[in-house]
Design a protein around this ligand. Structure first.
Ligand code: ZN
Length: 816
């Protein structure tokens, strides 16, 4: 009865639209949950709602994916709120400055960030429909922002695949093809990046376009809808430990209020669920933590299902899990979230304002200095996050020194910057810059260290007092090159330099590099300096104009010289000044390789370096003539004995003739010492510990993590006379993702760990610390005329470890 009265009230407010609105099933022409809806159909339904109920739905296209699918946001609220949406937004943002009188709750619902967790988008359509028909009362004081599909390329990859391979009618037997997606699955985006690891790093186009809208709104509540394994019940907030220490009591408590409301509905339906386990709140680049560090109540909801579940599947206990069940659960938590937010709009606004007041963190300012290109790369990330920073050109600063891990001081004479925590985004600054985040529990879902000064290879001080910025040194002057020179010289120490070189090579310009430091015309140049001579480029009448134009594009400073006769070092005609071989690159995909690790390489070439590569799939790799390429990249993965005797001997012949293998992570095992190349797996330390008391069964998981490194930062030694390390200093902070370790090579160790094995930041188990002592990070081995390059750690991990990328570029260009 009350239900009827409530519905009648809605009809009075919206007399025409409610009667006419088509449900998803009516619009799509099939029952929701009986088919997977393709992205363009989802877009059509949202467009239809925005046209049929323009007073309550406003639709915006906020971007486009790599595969040109539109990215949408639907704003759903009462007619009054939709009419004054911009005023509501501005009033809400005033809270971040401690002003304003915002009264509305802002709830952001993100669906389907993992493409093959495909129920989410279906559930979004039911959720918006019910908000517009039966749940209109929630919207009187609440603006709901819905992103029906964060990852349309991945989701369509899954749904198109499923439609191609499904049985008719669908087969619930898990062994059928429709439940086994294979290597090129729909979880990640076009470049096989996990968008739920990219919120802080913004390496992907989806994240880059979304962050603008996110910063425009900074919602009170953000939900990221996911799926987990078929046999898991539903997971919702409150989350598991560890919680990052910046998370406020209110942010913790409100998760409990929400969770209890969801539980009420799940209990009434007899549905299973769990809370407080598995999904922790620490790593800052998730769809729950990132919004939390921006003041939201950020949460992950996980339905059982994923790419394995299809339209229906038999579970481990013999029940049938259907897409309709999965929709019902996500729909229920979605609406319950809006309900609770609406009931607590006042409290959400008060607490949001408090979050944005100065949190008085221990470190007030982070002072950084170093390579200008790395500073610029960091500034570009901070700008995307709307984090304020300033330049520094002089002074001496005291505090926690990142390089030593203890108190110290650092002087700045140029190329300095400061980022402080007394700004609206202060909490985010604290999380991204603090030297080491405090872990309340070492059992976590992800990496435990990410501190940006290490990631960007910058010297830094964390200061407990506030440092004021100084005016910057002015704009960079354009470097005009002298057309009548003998040669043109430019330094080599950043990814930007590698992009510059890649562009020169693509334009057919021949470039040399020096393997010895030299000085000329009173200026010194380091190893790796690029030497572009007129004599090498007489084939191109437009050589000088091309060089000037490419230098302008990359803002590269070029030194012109009238002679090849150096003051010290090797002359440009010396055999130590070699021509850079134009890389012809093949990368293995599929089979033993990891999709994510392959994707990082693919993305690096196409979206960062802008240099072509050929992707060779495992299915036909064995038929490919390798002689067409001079570099073969083997991405990290599970290789085992992937190459048989014949293939190994073919590979060796190819390397002997001058080929170059770059073996990353697990790929090293495919070619290690037992198989004919020089690298050897480090023998495990002998287990000498006596077991005095048997370990309780329930402690087994905690005992295991003694062997684990869950993404921690270690200080390593660098031999920067090795071409793999050109452009680096004498030490390097590496992000170690596991405890696999290899002995030093007989020669050619470019980066390695000595005795010291405690991480500077993050968690590493006691046994794992011992295991990686005296082990190789990056090195190379000459084999005939060719080389094998070993990358034990991954410099391209999630595309965010900016300072590692030059190692990868060196492997491509500097070793020959
Ligand atoms: Zn997921």
């Amino acid at each position: 009865m009350t239900r009827f009265l409530f519905f009648a009230a809605i009809l009075i407010v919206f007399p025409t639209h409610s009667q006419k609105l088509k449900s998803p099933s009516e619009f799509l022409g099939y029952g929701l949950g009986t088919e997977f809806t393709r992205h363009h159909e989802v877009v059509d339904y949202y467009k239809y709602l925005a046209e049929a109920a323009p007073d309550r739905v406003k639709l915006t296209i906020y971007g486009q994916t790599n595969e040109r699918r539109p990215l949408l946001l639907a704003y759903v609220s009462s007619p009054e709120n939709i009419a004054s949406l911009e005023t509501i937004r501005q009033e809400h943002l005033k809270s971040t400055q401690g002003n304003g009188n915002s009264t509305k709750a802002i709830v952001w619902l993100s669906y389907n960030v993992h493409g093959n967790e495909s129920v989410s988008t279906e559930a979004s359509m039911k959720t918006i429909y019910e908000l517009l028909t039966t749940k209109g009362s929630y919207l009187e004081n609440t603006v709901v922002i819905m992103d029906p599909c964060v990852n349309p390329d991945g989701r369509d990859r899954y749904s198109n695949w499923y439609n191609q391979y499904k049985n008719t009618p669908h087969q619930v037997d898990p062994n059928s093809k429709e439940h086994n997606e294979g290597w090129w699955n729909g979880r990640s985006n076009h470049y096989m990046f996990d968008l739920n690891r990219d919120w802080a790093w913004l390496t992907q186009v989806e994240s880059q376009q979304r962050i603008k809208k996110f910063n425009d709104w900074l919602p009170h509540v953000h939900v990221d809808f996911h799926e987990q394994g078929v046999d898991n019940p539903y997971y919702f907030a409150p989350a598991a430990e560890p919680y990052h220490e910046v998370i406020t009591n209110f942010q913790r408590d409100f998760q409990v209020i929400l969770g209890k409301n969801h539980a009420k509905y799940f209990d009434a339906n007899g549905w299973f669920y769990f809370t407080k386990e598995v999904f922790d709140l620490f790593y800052p680049s998730y769809g729950d933590t990132f919004p939390i560090y921006n003041g939201s109540i950020g949460m992950t909801y996980e339905q059982g299902g994923s790419g394995r579940a299809g339209l229906g599947i038999i579970t481990g206990i013999g029940d049938t899990l259907t897409l309709k069940d999965r929709i019902a659960h996500h729909f229920t938590t979605g609406l319950s979230t809006v309900e609770v937010s609406s009931q607590n709009a006042k409290k959400l606004n008060e607490e949001f304002k408090k979050f944005y007041q100065n949190q008085n963190f221990k470190y007030k300012s982070y002072v950084l200095k170093g390579n200008k290109d790395n500073l610029d790369a960091l500034k570009s990330l901070l700008e995307k996050h709307e984090i304020q920073f300033g330049d520094l050109s002089s002074g001496s600063y005291k505090g926690h020194a990142y390089g030593s891990g203890s108190n110290g001081s650092m002087s700045v004479d140029k190329n300095g910057m400061v980022v402080s925590t007394n700004q609206p985004k202060g909490t985010l600054v604290q999380v991204l810059f603090e030297p080491s985040a405090k872990l309340t529990d070492s059992l976590t879902y992800d990496i435990t260290a990410w501190s940006l000064p290490y990631a960007y290879g910058l010297e830094a001080i964390a200061s407990t007092s506030l440092v004021a910025p100084q005016s910057n040194g002015g704009a960079v002057s354009k470097s005009m090159i002298n057309p009548n020179s003998y040669a043109y010289l430019t330094d080599w120490n950043s990814l930007k330099d590698a992009k510059f070189l890649a562009e020169l090579l693509k334009e057919g310009i021949r470039v040399r590099k020096t393997d010895h430091p030299f000085s000329i015309d009173g200026k010194s140049f380091e190893r790796g300096t690029l030497i572009i001579t007129k004599g090498d480029n007489t084939h191109d009448p437009n050589f000088v104009q091309k060089l000037q134009s490419i230098a302008d594009t990359f803002q590269k400073e070029i030194v012109s010289t009238g002679t090849g006769f150096v003051d010290s070092g090797k002359d440009f005609g010396s055999s130590y000044v070699q021509m850079i071989t134009e890389p012809k690159i093949a990368v293995l995909s599929g089979g033993p390789t990891s999709t994510l690790r392959f994707g990082e390489i693919w993305h690096f070439f196409e979206q960062q370096l802008h240099y072509p590569l050929t992707v060779i799939d495992d299915e036909y790799a064995k038929r490919v003539d390798l002689d067409k390429y001079n570099i073969l990249i083997l991405p990290d993965g599970r290789y085992g004995n992937y190459f048989d005797e014949d293939q190994l001997s073919e590979l060796k012949d190819w390397v002997r003739k001058g080929g170059k293998i770059i073996a990353m992570g697990g790929a090293i095992n495919a070619i290690d010492g037992e198989k004919g190349f020089g690298i050897k797996v480090k023998e495990k330390e002998k287990e000498t510990e006596q077991i005095n008391t048997p370990l309780p069964y329930e402690d087994a998981e905690r005992e295991q993590i003694k062997d684990a490194i869950t993404g921690a930062i270690f200080k390593t030694k660098v031999d920067n006379t090795h071409p793999l390390a050109y452009g680096y200093g004498l030490d390097y902070f590496t992000l170690k993702l596991g405890s696999s370790s290899y002995d030093y090579l007989d020669g050619g160790n470019a980066v390695y760990i000595e005795d010291s094995t405690k991480p500077f930041s993050g968690f590493a188990g006691s046994k794992a610390q011992k295991k990686i002592s005296k082990s190789l990070i990056y090195g190379s081995e000459q084999f005939g005329k060719g080389h094998v390059i070993y990358m034990v750690d991954n410099p391209l991990f999630r595309g965010f470890w900016e300072n590692g990328k030059l190692f990868f570029a060196n492997a491509l260009f500097m070793i020959n």
